[in-house]
Structure formats: C-alpha cells, structure tokens
Design a protein around this ligand. Structure first.
Ligand code: NDP
Length: 337
C-alpha cells in the first residue's frame, strides 16, 4: 500500500520535501469493514489549506498522516452486508492505494458508471460549487455580464457554461493563450482574457463594456484588483476561492486598499458572500445532480479532465495546480479501472 504522508508544513509553495512516499502491507478489513482500492484521486486547491496549521474551517492534516482527499474506489474485499466486491464508491480516503472503511461517509455510484471519475468533478464537489455559488449567490439574469477566473478549471469552466445557459454574457479569465482559446472555442464563453498579459486590466475593461454584474471569485490578487472598478451597482460576488493567496506567507505590501473596497461595496450596494460548498450546499446535492446530469447528456456542458497517471505523481501535480499547470479538473489515476 503506497501512501503520501505529510512530513512538514510548507512555508510558501509546497515542495516534494514536505512529503514522504511510504510503502506498507495492504490493510486487512475486519468484520463490518471494507477494503477499498483507490482508482481515482481528486487533487483540489483546498488541500493547500490542510497542509497548513493556520486556523481554518477544517482541521489540518497531522504530521506523518496520509494526505486527505476525495477518491473514487472499488470495493476489493467486503465484510459489510451493504457492499459487494467490485462496487464503485466515492470516498474520502486520501492519497493512498488502499484504505479500510466501515461504510460511513461513502457514496455509492451506480453500477458500471460510464465515467466514474466524473464523481470527483463535474458531478461532484467542483460541480456543486459552481452550480450553487453561481446560482444561489450570483443570481445571474439573462443579458447580464458574468466574469469568472480560472476559467478552464474544474469550477470556473462550469460557472461560465452555466451562466451561458442562463443567457448571460460570459467573460473568462485564464492563464495563457491556449486556455483562453479553449474557453471560447470549446466552452462557448463570449471572450476570455489572459491574466498574464501586461495590459490585462485594460483588456478586461474593454471586454466588460457594460460593467460586471456577477464576479465569481476564484483567485483574488491582481485579478480582483482589475475587476473591482468594473463592478456595477448591485453586483453580486460569490466568494469561492482565493488561489493566488494560498502560498502567501504574509499580507501583500503596498497601500491598504480595504477602505476603497468598503467604499465601493457600500456605494454600489454590492453583495459579496463567501461559501464552503458542503457546509452550505451539501443538502442540495440532488437538485444539482439532476440538472447537471441532464446538461451533460444533452451536450450542453463540456467537461475537461486533466488525468495524470500514477500516485507517485500526486505531489508534483498538486504543486502544478497552484501554478496553473493543470488544464481542466486535475485527477490522479491511482489504480486500474
Ligand atoms: P482549477 O481546476 O481552476 O485549478 C486552479 C487554477 O487556478 C489554475 O489552473 C490556474 O488557472 C488558477 N491559478 C492558480 N494560481 C493562480 C494565480 N496566482 N492567479 C490567478 N489564477 C491562478 O481549481 P478548482 O476549479 O478546483 O478551484 C478553483 C477555485 O475554487 C479555488 O480557489 C478553490 O479553492 C475554490 N473552491 C472553493 C470551494 C468552496 O467551497 N468555497 C470548493 C471548490 C473550490 P489559470 O492558469 O487559468 O490561471
């Protein structure tokens, strides 16, 4: 059983030296337990938070413990009446080949699902995040302008496509020409601006000639700086993530612009609301999954996965996620499907 354990807490960007790749015997399930074989492991930005012991909404991973993470697994051995060998389940078993479960917290997938790994992306946590954050907090209306960054990523790609289905004008923001091209050509966004371009803020202002009604915040930093002056009166800002800050060790230097932010929120009556997907919207999973399944079947939503083979590549791939190296939902193929 191969496992990635956290051996030290990263300061700044995570490094390979913060982890150990251990190998041990396959665990043996007792009566009432299951042996799960990890087939797919989801890598997500929130994991950077779990590597840190700064106060957060969830406990950090303890030193020398296996890194946490959502997985799609097959039941390899079952001593549990509710599970058969070979069944597919969604688990939270982390960065390892095998795990033991007593069945609690597992979600059964239908028999022989077409794309089991989709349960970690478009049909899972990132999908629910996009669907609920955009619709419940963003409240997009036809004809409005919706802006989303990390536009080709797991969440952003779905936010933009749902906003298009609602009749909005969608402006994506992504890193590099290839991603921007794909946001328009493959995902159907109206336009997509490269945040690495020197005149990024000017380009964004030009693309949003009627201002911004909904800004779905995934990244923060200089992207938010460019968005703020463009927000319309009564704009909504679902505050989903701030990935540009996840490796930061201190607050950015420079003048304190909180007064400007507060003034803008007040005068323009802007609503900005943070959310933590499962805490706030876990109970609405069925509503989301019905709509999303239908959209996928009808070809209305395009989903791109960045599938990396081999558990041994998990750390390197995760480091890449925080540098924009992934193109689509990052998933590690751990075992054979
Ligand atoms: P993505 O698949 O979008 O991958 C991350 C992307 O973020 C990168 O590919 C890169 O895209 C972009 N990025 C990384 N660093 C920077 C930077 N410094 N500046 C600008 N962009 C950067 O990840 P997810 O879709 O899984 O997550 C997107 C956001 O949603 C994250 O902030 C995450 O924490 C948040 N989230 C929040 C949840 C909640 O409950 N609140 C639940 C799920 C996700 P590019 O190359 O285009 O810049």
């Amino acid at each position: 059983n191969r496992q990635w354990v956290l051996v030290s807490r990263p300061v700044g960007a995570p490094a390979l030296s913060n982890f150990n790749f251990l190998e041990s015997e396959k665990p043996t399930p007792k009566q009432g337990e299951l042996l799960l074989r990890t087939v797919y492991l989801s890598l997500d930005p929130y994991m950077r938070g779990r590597m840190s012991d700064a106060k957060s909404y969830a406990e950090p991973v303890a030193i020398n413990e296996v890194m946490v993470g959502g997985t799609v697994c097959r039941v390899e051995v079952s001593h549990h009446p509710d599970y058969e060998v070979g069944e597919w389940v969604v688990a939270y078993s982390g960065w390892q080949d095998y795990s033991i479960s007593d069945g609690s917290g597992l979600l059964k997938l239908r028999k022989a699902p077409m794309k089991p790994s989709y349960a970690l992306g478009v049909m899972g946590m990132p999908g629910l995040t996009a669907y609920m954050g955009l619709q419940d907090i963003g409240q997009p209306k036809a004809g409005e302008t919706v802006v989303v960054a990390a536009a080709t990523g797991a969440v952003g790609s779905l936010v933009g496509q749902i906003a298009k289905l609602k009749g909005c004008k969608v402006v994506g923001i992504a890193g590099g020409e290839e991603k921007c091209h794909s946001a328009v050509e493959d995902l159907g966004f109206d336009t997509c601006i490269d945040h690495k371009a020197p005149d990024f803020a000017e380009q964004l202002a030009k693309a949003c000639d009627k201002g911004i009604d909904v800004y779905f915040e995934n990244v923060g930093g200089k992207v938010f700086d460019a968005v703020l002056p463009l927000l319309n009166p009564s704009a909504r800002v679902p505050l989903c993530g701030l990935i540009s800050q996840y490796n930061a060790t201190e607050l950015p230097k420079g003048p304190d612009r909180i007064p400007m932010l507060m003034g803008t929120l007040l005068v323009k009556r802007i609503k900005m609301q943070g959310f933590i997907v499962f805490d706030d919207y876990g109970h609405r999973y069925n509503e989301f999954s019905q709509d999303m399944m239908q959209w996928l079947q009808d070809g209305k939503i395009i989903y791109r996965e960045d599938l990396v083979k081999g558990l041994e590549n998990a750390v390197e791939s995760f480091i890449g996620l925080l540098e924009g190296k992934n193109f689509g939902k990052l998933v590690i193929q751990v075992g054979p499907d």
